[in-house]
Design a protein around this ligand. Structure first.
Ligand code: PBG
Length: 322
């Protein structure tokens, strides 16, 4: 039969398939989120995230070293703060001897080649479990910025490479950029959680940190999952305010938004393959309902959608096969 186009010719063997493959995953694409807790010699598995642990600082250093040897060199640590240290304004977040700032210093001292993306938001330190300061049930924007500013400056002093505001307060990228610059930290980058949705896929993460909101939800600051164009507004603001990297979160249910930002902005786009996305695949694989290959396919779809950088709990295990 005469067919002028036979797309199958470009699929006829593996070498040709590889030559014509459009998107590839590499170890260089990944940032590994890791959970940190107080204590020593701790490595506690998160029930809803098989093979993901809460580490005390000593065991976290071992974990980071293992990952480095596998070729993963970028990490996003998140702290589980003890309940008694939490208050309404997140004072513990800029306590120099607090868990998180100690960890930043130790990690950078032990592994100068490792790059840290440190979290800026109140929720791990907040007695209300919200990303901002709460008054009469309302999440205050501008008062929260002041708290985030102290946190950002403390992290810069501790030696972070990049701050990653995950709070979704208005104006925080510009506010934090100014504080960093005014204090001489012009080299500290900002990865902005630009289009962060009020998602049901964060459940396992909040279990891991015991950071779930004590009342209400996060819908007055995180984006409505139904919205697409609004992501352009958030991205324009973060871009104008000086973000170095824009991020979409979650990743898999928002591939269209990743593509939207990739096509409209000339800075790198990151995507956060969140805890619920990890739990979902792991659960299906554990049940024998899906094969392991589903992981690679899911991660590849994030890359194909336009993400330059992927935050994923799969980073370590995927590094072993890349
Ligand atoms: C909070 C924060 C969340 C995640 C990262 N930072 C949860 C939330 O917004 O409630 C979720 C990450 C994940 O689910 O893997 N600042």
């Amino acid at each position: 039969m005469f067919l002028s186009r036979r797309p199958r010719r470009n699929r006829k063997n593996e070498v040709i398939r590889n030559l014509t493959q459009e998107a590839w995953l590499s170890k260089n694409d990944f940032i590994f989120p890791v959970f940190l807790c107080e204590g020593t010699n701790k490595k506690i598995e998160i029930p809803s995230m098989p093979n993901i642990y809460r580490f005390s600082l000593d065991t976290l250093l071992d974990e980071i070293n293992e990952c480095r040897n596998l070729g993963i060199k970028a990490f996003a640590p998140f702290p589980q703060i003890e309940e008694i240290l939490k208050d309404s304004v997140g004072t513990e977040s800029y306590n120099e001897n607090g868990l998180y700032l100690r960890a930043i210093r130790e990690i950078k001292k032990n592994f100068p080649d490792v790059v840290l993306f440190t979290d800026i938001a109140l929720d791990p330190y907040s007695s209300d479990g919200h990303d901002g300061i709460v008054r009469n049930g309302e999440i205050l924007n501008d008062e929260t910025l002041e708290a985030l500013g102290k946190m950002a400056l403390a992290q810069a002093q501790a030696g972070t490479d990049c701050i990653a505001p995950s709070d979704m307060m208005d104006g925080r990228v510009g506010y934090l950029r100014n504080i960093l610059d005014a204090n001489g930290y012009t080299n500290v980058s900002i990865l902005a959680y630009t289009a962060k949705y009020a998602s049901a896929f964060y459940g396992p993460f909040r279990d891991a940190l015991e950071s779930a909101p004590k009342f209400g939800d996060k819908k007055t600051y995180q984006m409505n999952p139904a919205n697409y164009k609004e992501a352009l507004l958030e991205a324009s603001l973060d871009y104008e305010e000086g973000a170095d990297i824009l991020m979409v979160k979650p990743a898999l249910p928002y591939l269209d938004v990743i593509r939207l930002l990739k096509d409209n902005f000339d800075i790198p786009i990151a995507a956060y393959n969140v805890s619920g996305e990890y739990a979902m695949l792991k659960a299906a694989i554990a049940n024998g309902w899906l094969g392991e290959k589903a992981i690679m396919e899911a991660l590849l779809s994030i890359k194909r959608a336009g993400a330059d950088i992927i935050l994923s709990y799969f980073a370590k295990e995927i590094a072993k096969v890349l």
